[in-house]
Design a protein around this ligand. Structure first.
Ligand code: HEC
Ligand code: HEC
Ligand code: HEC
Ligand code: HEC
Ligand code: HEC
Length: 468
């Protein structure tokens, strides 16, 4: 939402609630807020930008190389982006350092360093001598106002010649002229070939690693091939030279959560977590709890939670995860407190709300539970968890018909949603419609053959029948 578009009007207290979205990347994404600029120009305050900088708006051309890179990398650095504490995806502005808002992590591999693993132009460009030994940035070659499709090869080649022109310390092409002419002396064709990035099959992008020789056969291998020959050595922080232990821990946890379920990723996170200063529990609670959560180790989460004060748990996800740890242990009173804190921070996070509602339900507080489930459905009428839960609650209250409606509606949204099927089975059992219940349970087993809960219920039905 924030890479392929102008900044949306986003409800900060939610995960994905948008009041409005723009219809394309707009000027402000690269030039910063334009309000002041427009106001001054309307008031007739014109500045001759060929002479002076106009301080009312960002001209990316006037930024340092590093800040130019930050700007383009905000959207063009592929990898796993992890927000800094308290920051949102909306916070980056042109002229800022990217690492003040987020860090981006990429896996590093040993053995085949030169394989074209990354789809990211920024990452490849950084490997080039042109980039490291000059003030080159993305806008040395690109004018974002003109699409590459409309930019001639000659334009790109003239950029090369601006530097590689026999003057100064820069080298000139050492390939013989006859060979070059066979390729129309197209500098980028030989030095920045189009390549199938093995990261994204069937997508051809320009390899931004500018170097003397590209061996396309070597570089164009499939992702599976690459995985076989390459050994993962670790995550690299692309936005920062010396990331802190905390940032690395969060990087590993996020990479595990979003990309790859390798156990070694969690082990690495643990190593960084263990390097925290003695007794520094509260500031480190977020990665610690997340680590144990990803390992499904709820008992450890409860132990850590019992060592800190409730109100010292600030981060909403940490609150949610601790709540979950108590919920799993059926300690609903404790779960409730943490879910409440999560919901107070992010009332429009409907997953948090749903957990809160379920906890009220478990505690027998049907009134509050119902209010929460209804609130969720006002926000998102298609939220199946809340719909199934509300139906179940109504069933408990004896309102069988309304309950049945909700189950049907839930299953029309997602025919494979087992919880709703169980709820329907429960309704049939209450109505003593044994055959109907049996059919539903058998359907559950068709969808999920190993489902032990369905197996047990079916066995009980069988036993009942034998008795009667
Ligand atoms: C993807 C980034 C990006 C977007 C989007 C963008 N620009 Fe630019 N703009 C740049 C860059 C980079 C430069 C500097 C180009 C150069 O000088 O090489 C620039 C330069 C300019 C300049 C020249 C400033 C000067 O003093 O020379 C103007 C004017 C401008 N942009 C207006 C706009 C307007 C209006 C929009 C929206 C319709 C827009 N830009 C959208 C990146 C962008
Ligand atoms: C707000 C996010 C964002 C920012 C900031 C941004 N880009 Fe892009 N850029 C995109 C997206 C998304 C596309 C793909 C558009 C498409 O698929 O047509 C793109 C496409 C491009 C393309 C290829 C498409 C074309 O027609 O030219 C170039 C080159 C490019 N960007 C350069 C830049 C440069 C240079 C900067 C920094 C000055 C920059 N971008 C900043 C999001 C961004
Ligand atoms: C040395 C010149 C040069 C620099 C610097 C450069 N590019 Fe490019 N870029 C090119 C060329 C050449 C193409 C291919 C143009 C074509 O298809 O005709 C290209 C294409 C692209 C495309 C289109 C998709 C693709 O890969 O073919 C994107 C996006 C892009 N560049 C982004 C960037 C970003 C982001 C940066 C900075 C990190 C950057 N470029 C720096 C020369 C450069
Ligand atoms: C901003 C200046 C600049 C631009 C623009 C530029 N280069 Fe370079 N390039 C350098 C510098 C500096 C070096 C390193 C010193 C040297 O080899 O001259 C270099 C090195 C190289 C090398 C040798 C790389 C190596 O690993 O030995 C090649 C090949 C090259 N450039 C090709 C290109 C091509 C092709 C373009 C256009 C797409 C280009 N350069 C654009 C500055 C530039
Ligand atoms: C037909 C492909 C081809 C074309 C076209 C081409 N080059 Fe090269 N270039 C090469 C090869 C191959 C080498 C390495 C030759 C060698 O090993 O001596 C090279 C070497 C270089 C080097 C490094 C020289 C050194 O001292 O290490 C630079 C810089 C360079 N080219 C720039 C350019 C520029 C700029 C253009 C466009 C004006 C261009 N090349 C066009 C293939 C090409």
């Amino acid at each position: 939402m924030t890479c392929h578009n102008g900044l949306p009007d986003f409800e900060e207290r939610s995960r994905n609630k948008f009041h409005s979205v723009k219809t394309g990347i707009d000027c402000e994404r690269c030039h910063g807020p334009g309000e002041l600029h427009v106001e001054r120009k309307r008031a007739g305050k014109i500045i001759d930008t060929s002479q002076y900088a106009d301080s009312t708006i960002v001209n990316p051309a006037r930024l340092t190389k590093e800040l130019q890179m930050s700007l383009c990398q905000r959207c063009h650095l592929q990898g796993n982006a992890v927000l800094k504490e308290g920051k949102s995806w909306k916070d980056f502005q042109p002229g800022m350092h990217l690492d003040s808002i987020m860090n981006v992590f990429l896996p590093e591999y040993k053995g085949q360093e030169d394989r074209f693993i990354m789809a990211s132009q920024a990452e490849r460009l950084r490997e080039s001598a042109c980039y490291t030994q000059s003030d080159m940035s993305c806008i040395t070659c690109h004018n974002p106002h003109v699409s590459v499709e409309e930019t001639s090869i000659a334009t790109f080649n003239s950029k090369c010649r601006n530097c590689h022109n026999g003057a100064g310390k820069k080298s000139e092409c050492t390939e013989d002229m006859a060979t070059r002419n066979k390729e129309d002396d197209n500098c980028t064709g030989c030095h920045m070939p189009k390549s199938g990035s093995i990261d994204i099959p069937h997508v051809s992008i320009t390899d931004h690693h500018i170097k003397t020789r590209h061996d396309k056969d070597q570089e164009n291998i499939s992702y599976t091939e690459a995985q076989k020959i390459q050994q993962f050595v670790g995550l690299k922080c692309m936005t920062k030279e010396n990331p802190s232990n905390y940032e690395m821990a969060m990087g590993y946890l996020s990479f595990y959560e979003e990309f790859s379920k390798g156990r070694y990723l969690l082990d690495s996170a643990k190593i960084f977590i263990e390097q925290r200063p003695q007794g520094d529990l509260v500031p480190w609670l977020k990665p610690i709890v997340k680590y144990h959560f990803l390992r499904n180790d709820f008992a450890s989460i409860r132990t850590y939670a019992s060592r800190v004060r409730l109100d010292s748990v600030q981060d909403e996800w940490t609150n949610y995860r601790i709540g979950e740890a108590y919920f799993q242990a059926k300690q609903y009173q404790k779960a409730l407190k943490y879910y409440q804190q999560a919901v107070n921070k992010k009332p429009f996070n409907l997953a948090f709300q749903n957990k809160l509602g379920s906890t009220y339900f478990q505690l027998g507080n049907y009134q509050k539970a119902e209010r929460v489930f209804r609130l969720i459905l006002t926000e998102d009428p298609r939220q199946k968890e809340a719909m199934a839960n509300l139906g179940y609650l109504l069933l408990r209250k004896g309102r069988k018909e309304r309950a049945s409606d909700y189950f049907k509606k839930t299953l029309s949204l997602d025919p494979d949603y087992l919880q709703a099927m169980f709820n329907q089975a429960a309704l049939s059992l209450q109505n003593k419609q044994w055959e109907k219940a049996r059919t539903i349970l058998q359907n559950i087993l068709k969808k999920d053959p190993g489902n032990s809960k369905a197996q047990q219920l079916l066995q009980r039905l069988d036993a009942m029948e034998r008795r009667s």
